[in-house]
Design a protein around this ligand. Structure first.
Ligand code: PEP
Length: 249
């Protein structure tokens, strides 16, 4: 994936019909660019609609917001990495803060999911981020490093370079509060150092995205921060015109 990466997390918004309408408008406003990566995480049932709308725009990638860690079996309601890949997804979000804090996903589950994604040929995008109480206690670096090491612990050495990380402070997601570019750069530097220690210079090239109340007004300054290779955008990615403006920043 070429940096900067602009990733849209639609969460539980835009069913197949809305997704098709969104994509028509978004593509009309966003010419193909070779200097960036655009990635969309629709709800699982809308992946096929988004993929279908991209038949002439292979420059835009599609991902899933979550996967199960088993390859197949009696797991009613779940989607495997292989099924997501077959539907056209290329990337899997793992450990988004809503998965961790609303659904109780553990570090060990994020490790299993990253491994399942890599096995199926999906790029895992592991999300890490601290709670406000953890930031106030001075624990930010320790928390994100714990989540990073745990989440990547089941990947083979050769898989450690085919991934992406999203730093998303929990207190900034959907709240309108954004980390300052300096705050983001500080945490990204911690993550970059850890990735270099894990996988050498190729590990240091793993893209690290920032997420948390990114919008048209703040995207440029966040992308200009050191070690910020892209943005993961929730609320501000739901409107096609607004998302086009962000992607064109
Ligand atoms: C997200 O869902 O990953 C996110 C960052 O949301 P928002 O942009 O709405 O804070």
């Amino acid at each position: 994936m070429k940096s900067p990466i602009f990733a849209a997390n639609w969460k539980m918004h835009h069913g197949p019909s809305d997704a098709t309408t969104f994509m028509r408008s978004f593509l009309a406003h966003s010419p193909r660019r070779s200097d960036r990566t655009v990635l969309i995480f629709p709800p699982a049932l809308s992946v096929a609609a988004v993929v279908a709308s991209l038949h002439e725009r292979q420059d835009v990638l599609v991902g899933v917001q979550n996967i199960h860690w088993e390859d197949k079996g009696a797991f009613t309601g779940e989607v495997s990495a292989g099924i997501a890949r077959d539907a056209g997804a290329r990337v899997a979000l793992v450990g988004h803060s809503e998965r961790r804090h609303v659904f109780g996903e553990t570090d060990e589950e994020t490790a299993l999911k990253c491994a399942a994604a890599a096995r199926a040929g999906l790029t895992p995008m592991l999300c890490v981020g601290e709670l406000l109480s953890e930031r106030e206690a001075g624990e930010t670096a320790a928390v994100v490093l714990r989540q990073l090491h745990a989440g990547l612990s089941r990947l083979e050495p050769g898989q450690l370079t085919s991934l992406a990380i999203a730093y998303e402070p929990v207190w900034a997601i959907g709240t309108g509060k954004t980390a300052t570019p300096d705050d983001a750069a500080t945490v990204h530097a911690v993550l970059r150092k850890a990735l270099r220690e894990l996988a050498g210079e190729r590990g240091a090239k793993v893209p690290i995205l920032y997420g948390g109340s990114v919008n048209r007004g703040n995207v440029s300054e966040l992308l200009a921060a050191r070690d910020v290779d892209g943005v993961l955008v929730g609320g501000a990615s739901l409107d096609a015109t607004g998302w086009s403006a962000i992607v064109g920043s």
